[in-house]
Design a protein around this ligand. Structure first.
Ligand SMILES: [Zn+2]
Length: 196
């Protein structure tokens, strides 16, 4: 789609540059701006000094359920929801603000980010598509990313139930079983891809 005005295009370029600086993949840039693929490729190369990676792997909601990604995703979603609910931001603006804050949190704790901007963006899309929900941990009360339609009344988060002890817990094994509801929504999963 063509931009309506020079100002719209300038705004898209500014957003594209910020997304590339934060590590966005081409697919995210193409969805979130109205710039041509050619222009996006030029922006990418100018900002990063290299061509964008070509290989794209489809990935599913399951990635967000593994231990470390789940903790990081849950932190990101808490920040994202803060911007949506308290600062009345939406869409890409809320995602970018939350992602900056996510990086700040990790830097303050001297931790490596497990969640790329493209994955964070995908996470929000999975929530929008009702593939994921927030579950309250019955032990610490924190909000964590969980499969939609999974029973969450007895939910215990990955921080309260560390992986080394996870095998002992019957409820953890039950949760690891793939819910039917997610399998049925495959098309939305396939629509999103990223290099692992
Ligand atoms: Zn917990």
């Amino acid at each position: 789609m063509k931009n309506k005005s020079v100002l719209d295009e300038a705004d898209d370029i500014r957003r594209a540059v910020e997304m590339v600086q934060l590590g966005a993949r081409m697919q995210m840039l193409e969805v979130e701006t109205r710039l041509s693929r050619e222009k996006l490729l030029r922006i990418y190369k100018e900002v990063r000094g290299v061509s964008p990676p070509k290989g794209m792997l489809p990935f599913s909601t399951d990635w967000f359920m593994t231990w470390q990604p789940n903790v990081h995703s849950s932190l990101f979603m808490a920040l994202y929801r803060f911007y949506v609910e308290r600062a009345a931001l939406s869409g890409l603006d809320a995602i970018i603000k939350a992602y900056h804050l996510y990086l700040d949190h990790l830097e303050a704790s001297a931790l490596e980010p497990a969640l790329s901007l493209t994955r964070a963006w995908t996470l929000v899309r999975f929530f929008d598509a009702d593939l994921l929900q927030m579950a309250a941990c019955r032990s610490c009360g924190g909000g964590f990313v969980a499969h939609a339609h999974d029973p969450v009344h007895d939910y215990v988060c990955g921080l309260c139930n560390m992986p080394s002890r996870a095998g002992k817990s019957g409820s953890t094994r039950t949760r690891a079983a793939k819910p039917m509801a997610v399998a049925k929504r495959k098309p939305a999963n396939r629509a999103v891809a990223e290099t692992a």
